[in-house]
Design a protein around this ligand. Structure first.
Ligand SMILES: Cc1ncc(COP(=O)(O)O)c(C=O)c1O
Length: 392
């Protein structure tokens, strides 16, 4: 019977890693995989995480089960950063649970909306491919709208039309900041308008915040999410700590639900717990516990925020250098200066992406997405020259 299974396509980015590893050229550049890299090309463990891990090893006295909700100390310690210090639970309307990364959170959120009777998810494309993949696996329809214009700005007409065209039983999935793969985020004014339109259309927002602090700053990157929440009776929030704490493989995330009447929270969250139980029983503890220890300790929190500032500043410098170079062949690099987070799209054809790889040893996703943090002051000129060469 197992032979009835159909062959599934290999993950394109994982295939790219293999190709990159096998390339003997010393000056090859990896712009494929979505992890932060220092100016030396490393993805180190945060110093604040190392300190928290040491404390965890010394102090943890049990590894007994915690339950499907995971470490609630972690979940609650994160809330002032996500929802704001003034009213982190919006007057008792928000509750959360720990999940295995942002992916686990999205999986639960989408399974919950399916269970609640929603049928279609509205998503701006291109998007992180796993959004569509999870929807397909849950048999949820996807309604796509165009996220960005070639000028490097959000396609506001498209998002307006998508919201206006929404039907009962639709939810909208929005990237809170650092849009993957385009790096093109809504301005605060655009978020104001979107929040109002979603409220008027009475559709459920699912907010995916996987890169808080990597765009403009921790507070700035939460603007859109918070703006949507104040306009809405209900929402789901999918959070990842895997980038902003550098915990990728430790799988640290949280799912938060906001309801209009706090009396409904227990019922809603019981569905999250019950779905988690059926999927992974309970989330891995280690990374979430390390994050909790950081957030419970003022000095470690300051150290973590300084490390995050360093990452963001480096990516801003790379973006500024790309933008300052103006055009590379037929490609205008200036919009990248105003984009946010790890990713941007270089408008190259599939053949040009292949030429970047084969002729220049520069590895990027077939879509033209680059990991901006893969560029350093040592290799950026080579990258710009290669873009000029393949588009000349
Ligand atoms: C937009 C977006 N959401 C969620 C995630 C999930 O992150 P993780 O499961 O690694 O925490 C990612 C990761 O690349 C992402 O880009």
């Amino acid at each position: 019977m197992l032979t009835n299974l159909q062959q599934q396509p290999a993950d394109a980015l994982l295939a790219l890693i293999k190709l990159h590893n096998a390339d003997p050229r010393a000056d090859k550049i990896d712009l494929g995989v979505g992890v932060y890299r220092t100016g030396e090309g490393d993805t180190p463990v945060f110093r604040s995480i190392k300190a928290a891990e040491a404390k965890l090893v010394a102090e943890q006295d049990s590894k007994a089960y915690l339950g499907p909700e995971g470490d609630m100390g972690f979940v609650e310690a994160l809330m002032p950063y996500v929802f704001g210090k003034d009213s982190p639970d919006m007057g008792g309307r928000i509750e959360g649970m720990q999940t295995p990364g942002g992916t686990g959170s999205l999986r639960l959120a989408l399974a919950m909306v399916k269970r609640a009777g929603y049928q279609r998810i509205i998503v701006g494309t291109p998007s992180w491919p796993n959004h569509a993949q999870i929807c397909a696996d849950l048999d949820l329809g996807v309604v796509e709208f165009n996220h960005a214009l070639p000028s490097g700005h959000p396609d506001m007409d498209a998002v307006r039309a998508a919201i206006t065209g929404a039907q009962e039983g639709d939810a909208i999935l929005l990237h809170g900041c650092c849009h993957n793969p385009t790096g093109i985020d809504y301005t605060n004014e655009q978020w104001d308008e979107i929040a109002q339109r979603i409220a008027d259309a009475k559709i459920l927002p699912i907010l995916d915040l996987a890169y808080q602090g990597l765009g403009m700053g921790m507070e700035e990157d939460a603007y859109g999410l918070r703006r949507v929440l104040v306009a809405m009776p209900e929402a789901l929030i999918c959070y990842s700590c895997d980038k902003n704490f550098g915990l990728y493989r430790d799988r640290v995330g949280a799912l938060y639900a906001m309801v209009s009447d706090p009396a409904d929270l227990a019922k809603v969250m019981s569905n999250g717990h019950n779905l988690a139980r059926a999927n992974w029983s309970q989330p891995p503890d280690h990374g979430g516990a390390a994050v909790r220890l950081i957030l419970e300790d003022e000095a470690l929190t300051a150290q973590w925020l300084a490390e995050l500032d360093e990452m963001r500043d480096r990516m801003r410098q790379v973006r500024a250098k790309l933008a300052a170079s103006g055009t590379a062949g037929a490609v205008d690099l200036t919009p990248m200066g105003g984009q946010n987070g790890l990713f941007s799209i270089v408008p190259l054809s599939k053949d040009q992406v292949l030429e970047m790889r084969e002729k220049h040893g520069i590895y990027m996703a077939g879509s033209g997405r680059i990991n901006v943090a893969g560029l350093t002051m040592g290799n950026i000129d080579k990258f710009i020259a290669a873009v000029a060469d393949v588009t000349a």
